[in-house]
Design a protein around this ligand. Structure first.
Ligand code: HSE
Length: 428
């Protein structure tokens, strides 16, 4: 049996302590699977005295994560601190500089600095692995990098923020408004320290950008992603979407077309009978389409101690076994720099608006759509008892640009009571 793989763990929050617990609980199992022992040499965190409910006295302690990375008795550095800049990035750079491999759960750092860090690691013959950064316990990085490596990937989709899916699911199930559920999610500890990362779609956007890089062999391009959060979704939208056979999900879609790399993280309507439509609560789902495999669906816990630590350990065991994969599935220098797509693939759209209830109002709205070349698929007017009427329109496939043109024209009709809400309907 080869010598033990010696870990330095930086960050002892939920994920870090979860990793320590797995290593303590499954020492023999891990040894059999990796054919060598996996040991913790030292740990680093902000507070040494905090009771984390796990035994740390056998390990060395470093206040400074960079010092942890430089220790002679550390072969592999686990970066579980988080944040795109500062201590996490300093640690990874120091680890690579010291000739250490890195396992990280840090989607924000890789979405912004992934290319530079991958290049730096490869220049030193080191690896950076990040299974835990995307969709928690779902082995989706592995699926794309290894299991589906023989496919040309045509599309990657995912619900990858459990907090948003929890809020949207509860809005529908319990008829509670967004604000009440946002508050509840905060009380339950579901929200990131900056809640906009969750509800603004940024956290899920980071994850999609990393998957797109592996799927399409492109440099991570988070800056070109179209991102919209769930803050403007109302109970009316959810009710009316359900009435038409849809669910609203914060859905990420990445695909490559002649127009470039299309990456969107935004609320979408999906058929309620589809796997994505049936995804309830804080669970994640990733759907991958490849030319040979067809469509595969991966579902599981996207956050939490056990699932995220499980993902970290899969990378640790790979490295212990001697499996050395490029960060994004191929050498960083081979990844293509592509620009963001100009315009998205055409799709049907849902439009909700309130109109003045007077003769010709609907006709004027229909005319703006016709003038922009948009065909109406379905239309419904809801019951009301005042002088304005809620109206729902589902279009045939159209482009965002044509829709924007129609909406601009609607503003001049004089019959709109409120600005129309538009949501893309994704074929899943
Ligand atoms: N805040 C994320 C979620 C988990 O709600 O899914 C960490 O990315």
């Amino acid at each position: 049996m080869t010598s033990p793989l010696r870990l330095g763990i930086a960050g002892l929050g939920t994920v870090g302590t979860g990793v320590v617990r797995i290593i303590q609980r499954h020492a023999d199992l891990l040894t059999s699977r990796a054919n060598r022992r996996i040991e913790i040499s030292a740990v680093s965190a902000r507070s040494r005295d905090k009771d984390r409910g796990v035994r740390l006295s056998d390990y060395g302690w470093e206040d400074d994560p960079v010092a942890l990375a430089r220790r002679d008795d550390v072969d592999l550095v686990l970066e579980l601190i988080g944040g795109s800049e500062g201590p996490a990035k300093n640690l990874v750079e120091a680890a690579i500089d010291a000739g250490k491999d890195v396992v990280t759960a840090n989607k924000a750092m890789l979405a912004v600095h992934g290319q530079a860090l991958a290049e730096a690691a490869e220049a030193k013959g080191r690896v950076i692995r990040f299974e835990a950064a995307v969709a928690g316990g779902i082995p989706v990085v592995k699926a794309l990098t290894e299991g589906l490596a023989g496919n040309e990937i045509t599309r990657v989709m995912g619900v990858m923020n459990g907090t948003c899916n929890y809020i949207l699911t509860r809005m529908e199930a319990d008829r509670l408004g967004y604000n009440a559920l946002f508050e509840e999610a905060g009380k339950l500890g579901y929200l990131e320290a900056d809640p906009n990362l969750d509800v603004g779609g940024i956290d899920a956007g980071h994850k999609l950008a990393l998957l797109a890089s592996i799927a399409f062999g492109t440099r991570v391009n988070f800056a070109s992603m179209e991102i919209e959060g769930i803050q403007r979704i109302t109970l009316d939208d959810i009710r009316q979407a359900a009435d038409m056979g849809y669910k609203i999900k914060l859905l990420g879609v990445a695909q490559m077309s002649g127009r470039g790399l299309e990456q969107r993280m935004s609320p979408c309507l999906v058929p309620k009978t589809s796997p994505l439509g049936q995804l309830e609560g804080g669970t994640n789902m990733v759907v991958i389409e490849g030319d040979s495999v067809g469509q595969i669906v991966l579902r599981g816990a996207g956050a939490g101690e056990g699932p995220t630590a499980s993902a970290v350990m899969s990378d640790v065991i790979d490295i212990a076994r001697g499996t050395r994969l490029s960060t994004f599935g191929q050498p960083a220098s081979d990844l293509r720099a592509v620009s963001g797509a100009t315009g998205s693939v055409p799709a049907p759209f849902y439009l909700r608006m309130t109109l003045l209830d007077k003769p010709g109002a609907l006709a004027r709205i229909a005319a703006t759509l016709g003038d922009a070349g948009i065909s109406i698929d379905r239309m419904r007017q809801y019951g009301h008892d005042d002088e304005s009427a809620p109206v729902l329109i589902v279009t045939h496939k159209t482009t965002r640009a044509a829709l924007d043109e129609a909406i601009a024209a609607m503003a001049g009709t004089g019959v709109l009571v409120s600005e129309p809400v538009t949501i893309r309907i994704e074929a899943v």
